[in-house]
Design a protein around this ligand. Structure first.
Ligand code: HEM
Ligand SMILES: *[C@@H]1O[C@H](CO)[C@@H](O)[C@H](O)[C@H]1NC(C)=O
Ligand SMILES: *[C@@H]1O[C@H](CO)[C@@H](O)[C@H](O)[C@H]1NC(C)=O
Ligand SMILES: *[C@@H]1O[C@H](CO)[C@@H](O)[C@H](O)[C@H]1NC(C)=O
Length: 327
């Protein structure tokens, strides 16, 4: 009697655990906090709109921060962690150091949301929401952000150095990096369209303009007139001046100019030029670059997918109390 009762309870428990294991995989939902933190999304949107009103250049920076989070250990806010004592964290990685911006905006959002719903909302979700809300405030683009991510506890510069795509990457090396994150060539071409906004430091242009190879100090795939223009903006040795990703418009706006720049060899990076060096990718570039472009709708879909990379859910990870350190 005792034995059968025990074993049936055990069976039920195992079956329950089995069902949970089946559903634990990336169960994000836009209503995740609707009972635990009722007004979360409206509040984050309001805080972010305030910041973007003061400095709209933060919007592209927050978008990139979310991308760099997702590509290293999944979207788990690992990019926000300060480097552990005596070790190099993601903030020290080549693509991040002296380059990522917007950390203090996420800290501000976190402080205000902790005051409203203590210990409930992850830094990873706040970063995903802030990236979306800032670009929505920037103008002409938005996407859906399912929630329920939890925060990681590990940050490593060497992982970031191998998982983040380099600006000198070829089509095949870049597509391999995206494939490892579960993203297709189409996702890569569409997400790279983010380079229609924001800025780059002249540091990112030095090699392409002045020391590309011994035969060609300047990358020959750059349009020559554009290369001269870039050299005037970024003299040799200048690592700090910021230049616009898309130089064809008077104010920074969300549009599909990126693809026209790529086709005219006027993208800033070798990685931008790479998007037209493969027949399938080139076809996607051409499809974005015409009146009635599907770009914004495609970008929204790809962002939602990027936001699901390697997420921690359910009982994995933790809800950090402060985004810059583990609990
Ligand atoms: C295909 C691989 C990619 C490479 C090699 C790459 C590389 C870069 C580099 C080197 C910069 C300039 C950083 C600096 O000089 O400080 C930059 C800026 C930027 N990237 Fe990418 N990127 C890639 C894909 C993406 C993706 C997928 C997104 C977002 C979905 C993105 C969004 C941005 C934004 C918004 C900026 C401007 C940031 C700002 O204004 O602060 N990039 N990228
Ligand atoms: C939700 O937050 C928004 C923005 O902060 C505020 O305007 C609104 O009154 C809030 N609603 C509730 C029910 O608290
Ligand atoms: C710019 O950065 C490069 C690479 O880190 C370095 O070698 C160079 O000395 C820097 N230039 C200046 C003027 O700081
Ligand atoms: C908004 O985005 C679409 C698609 O990228 C573009 O066609 C349109 O010109 C943009 N509008 C503004 C005001 O920038």
């Amino acid at each position: 009697m005792m034995y059968t009762k025990m074993s049936s309870q055990w069976l039920l428990w195992t079956f329950g655990a089995f069902l949970l294991a089946l559903t634990v995989d990336a169960q994000l939902s836009t209503t995740f906090y609707s009972s635990s933190c009722r007004n979360l999304t409206a509040r984050v949107d309001e805080i972010i709109r305030g910041h973007i009103r003061r400095d709209r250049t933060l919007a592209p920076s927050l978008l990139r921060l979310h991308f760099h989070d997702c590509f290293v250990r999944g979207c788990d806010a690992s990019v926000l962690l300060n480097s552990p004592r005596g070790a190099q964290g993601e903030k020290d990685a080549i693509g991040n150091k002296d380059s990522l911006r917007g950390f203090e905006i996420i800290d501000d959002v976190k402080t205000k949301i902790e005051a409203m719903c203590p210990g409930v909302v992850s830094c990873a979700d706040l970063l995903a929401l802030s990236a979306r809300d800032s670009m929505r405030a920037f103008g002409n683009i938005t996407w859906s952000v399912p929630l329920g991510r939890r925060d990681g506890t590990v940050t490593s510069a060497s992982e970031a150095n191998s998982d983040l795509p380099p600006p000198f990457g070829t089509f095949s090396s870049l597509s391999a990096i995206f494939r490892r994150k579960g993203l297709t060539v189409k996702d890569m071409v569409i997400l790279s369209g983010a380079h229609t906004v924001g800025t780059a430091r002249c540091a990112s242009m030095q090699t392409r303009l002045y020391s590309f190879s011994s035969a060609n100090p300047t990358d020959p795939t750059l349009d020559p007139t554009f290369a001269s223009q870039l050299k005037r903006q970024c003299p040799q040795g200048d690592n700090t001046t910021l230049i616009r990703n898309d130089q064809t418009k008077p104010t920074d706006t969300w549009d599909f100019n990126y693809y026209s720049n790529v086709l005219r060899s006027k993208g800033l990076f070798g990685s931008d030029d790479a998007m037209k060096r493969n027949p399938a990718a080139r076809k996607i570039v051409l499809t974005q670059n015409k009146p009635g472009s599907p770009f914004s709708a495609e970008f929204a879909k790809a962002m939602e997918k990027m936001g699901r990379i390697g997420v921690l859910t359910s009982r994995q990870g933790q809800i950090r109390r402060t985004c810059t350190r583990t609990n």
